[in-house]
Design a protein around this ligand. Structure first.
Ligand code: ATP
Ligand code: MG
Length: 428
């Protein structure tokens, strides 16, 4: 019996990987343009880190975490998201002392025990960013615009929804109002919502049942209950998004699945992936650093993009954007002597930066030309016994099918220079 991967865990095969690399390279480039530096944090953390930050009464902590006792009996968890780990590292290493405003990004796998489906896995990948030490609303707009730019440069069409979730000054009163609203409609909402109205009332607004959603159209909206500080912050965030010409819609009922959010929250949404509509999401979390034992009044904001969903969207909307893998030169040597002569040449060309392939088994010319086609070689250098005797080889341009004689008598350096020039001209 063969062993297969776990349910919800997927291999990313060589055919798919160029799309992944394109997504990642595009994002890294943009992160750098916006002044972000990479941070890499462990995959395994103490369970308490996520319970304390994401919140005990969230879906993630309640039922999705990969938690288990390690060999010492300590409870550890495979990270379900990046923010908690990055903030732990920020606090642990006193990063704010090195630079008052930290702009950090990280890319890697996350783990949640959910029901696997298209665009939803148990091991999935996020590219996420965090900015710590600044609460200016222009930062909120800048960050959202950066997420928007990533999608734009990938050639993807999505929409942007924003909301404000207020702060500890204004949210409790709003929560009370919402709880009262829900209590009055107890018989008309699902059991899940009834339970949540006790444990995590804001989350009911996110219920997938259309019956519940009908009820909630009349629910109080948090943006109507913001304190003056939060209202002004939200106004300025929107104004700044207008300045950057980033189109958004305010969704007063958008709540996030993590408890730590304050003020600005946002989601980048597509209708092309069925129920899995969010390709990216994030928001401000001004109290989280303190909550994790770090400095008081340390504002923070971040977002995460789901790479599986970006890759799916890209394959649907803009597959042509991902560079095809190609080989600069395939060296077809026929016979042992030709092979012995070209083997070090291939190595030298690789040292000089060319992408070169060679058949090591002494196959027929026909078979080697097939290999060259498969490798999408731009040129093939053919060296048979006849050519060897004449002291020259044949260089074939695989696109134009033109062939030219190449002198072998001169120095290897000269031959390399000639081949490198030919490849460079073809790439232009
Ligand atoms: P959803 O509403 O789709 O469950 P979420 O609110 O749980 O998303 P976040 O925790 O904010 O998502 O994570 C940010 C992004 O990570 C999501 O927008 C999505 O693109 C991606 N993501 C989250 N969970 C998964 C998963 N199980 N599989 C694949 N991608 C995921
Ligand atoms: Mg989720």
């Amino acid at each position: 019996m063969t062993i297969q991967a776990l349910k919800g865990f997927k291999d990313i095969l060589p055919d798919e990987v160029r799309v992944w690399q394109h997504v990642e390279a595009t994002a890294r480039d943009i992160f750098q343009r916006f002044g972000f530096t990479e941070i890499r944090v462990p995959i395994l953390e103490k369970t308490e880190l996520f319970a304390r930050s994401i919140g005990e009464a969230t879906d993630i902590v309640e039922k999705e975490m990969y938690s288990f006792p390690d060999r010492n009996g300590d409870s550890v968890t495979m990270r379900p998201e990046g923010t908690a780990s990055v903030l732990r590292a920020f606090i642990e290493h006193g990063l704010q002392a090195k630079l008052p405003v930290q702009r950090l990004y990280t890319i890697g796998p996350m783990f949640r025990h959910e029901r696997p489906q298209k665009g939803r896995l148990r091991q999935f990948h996020q590219m996420s960013v965090e900015v710590l030490g600044l609460d200016h609303p222009r930062l909120d707009a800048e960050l959202i615009a950066m997420g928007w730019l990533i999608l734009e440069e990938l050639g993807l069409t999505t929409s942007l929804q924003i909301n404000s979730l207020g702060c500890p000054a204004c949210r409790p009163a709003y929560k009370d109002g919402l709880v009262a609203f829900l209590a009055a409609r107890k018989e008309h909402i699902c059991e899940d919502c009834q339970r949540r109205s006790q444990t995590n009332p804001l989350r009911v607004l996110d219920c997938k049942s259309s019956h519940c959603q009908e009820q909630y159209t009349a629910a109080p909206a948090i943006i109507d209950h913001l304190c003056p500080g939060c209202a002004e912050h939200f106004r300025k965030t929107k104004e700044s998004l207008d300045l950057l010409a980033v189109p958004y819609a305010v969704n007063p009922f958008m709540v996030r699945g993590l408890d730590y959010y304050t003020r600005t929250t946002f989601e980048l949404i597509t209708d092309a992936l069925g129920a899995q509509s969010a390709v990216g999401a994030g928001g401000r979390y001004d109290g989280l650093v303190e909550q994790l034992g770090g400095a008081k009044n340390m504002p923070g904001i971040g977002f995460a993009m789901g790479m599986e969903r970006l890759v799916l969207l890209l394959s649907q909307q803009n597959a042509g954007a991902c560079p095809e893998a190609a080989t600069d030169l395939f060296v077809a040597a026929l016979g042992e002597e030709a092979a012995v002569q070209t083997f070090p040449l291939v190595h030298l060309l690789r040292r000089k930066g060319l992408q070169v392939a060679m058949d090591l088994e002494g196959k027929s010319l026909k078979s080697q030309m097939k290999q060259a086609d498969r490798a999408k070689a731009r040129f093939v250098l053919i060296l048979g016994e006849e050519e060897l005797a004449k002291g020259e080889a044949v260089l074939r341009d695989m696109d134009s099918k033109e062939q030219q004689q190449v002198e072998l008598a001169g120095s290897q350096e000269a031959l390399c220079a000639m081949l490198i020039t030919a490849v460079a001209q073809r790439k232009q």
